[in-house]
Write a protein that binds this ligand. Structure first.
Ligand SMILES: O=c1ccn([C@H]2C[C@H](O)[C@@H](COP(=O)(O)OP(=O)(O)OP(=O)(O)O)O2)c(=O)[nH]1
Ligand SMILES: [Mg+2]
Length: 149
């Protein structure tokens, strides 16, 4: 079973000239790989908002998640610091990838390198109902490892 794809409007900004649109790397890939529109070196411990050169209009009721690529994470310690990054449906600015280098070597990014993947997801919004007391549960306020390792 496959959900019908949603349509994302995507606008190429001037500095994305010649770059590929975000694209699925395999028939069953969940994310569209997105490339860097700029070259930079991330020092160990550094972070940067890396330009992709694209802006999008996401249908209302959806978001796009910006997720790390596991190969960069495993081989180089490079990940999306805010994973999953959230692209709001009403955002019209450039999509950026907030990369962090948690490795111990400088990481060089060339223009055109695949740096992250984009996954659209439906968004459920909540209505808040403020109350004075919450119902009681067995867990109560236990959390953060309260059930053991
Ligand atoms: O990885 C990301 C995360 C966010 N954004 C853009 C799109 C998103 O719609 C906007 C705001 O993101 P978010 O709500 O996560 O950040 P914020 O710190 O709450 O900023 P704002 O006050 O603008 O909502 O920034 C990106 O381009 N890449
Ligand atoms: Mg926000």
């Amino acid at each position: 079973m496959q959900l019908a794809p949603i349509t994302l409007e995507i606008k190429r900004l001037d500095h994305a000239a010649g770059l590929p649109l975000p694209a699925y790397a395999s028939a069953g890939a969940a994310g569209m790989d997105v490339v860097a529109a700029e070259a930079l070196t991330l020092a160990p411990g550094a972070r940067a908002a890396v330009a992709t050169g694209f802006a999008v209009a996401i249908p209302e009721g959806y978001e796009v998640q910006v997720r790390p690529r596991s190969g960069l994470a495993l081989k180089h310690g490079v990940t999306c610091l805010n994973t999953p990054g959230t692209i709001d449906s009403d955002y019209r600015g450039e999509v950026k990838v907030i990369l962090a280098n948690l490795g111990d070597e400088p990481f060089e990014i060339a223009r055109g390198d695949r740096i992250a993947q984009l996954v659209p997801a439906p968004v459920q919004r909540a209505l808040l109902q403020e109350v004075v007391t919450l119902d009681e549960t067995v867990r109560g306020a236990g959390g953060f490892g309260s059930t053991g390792r």
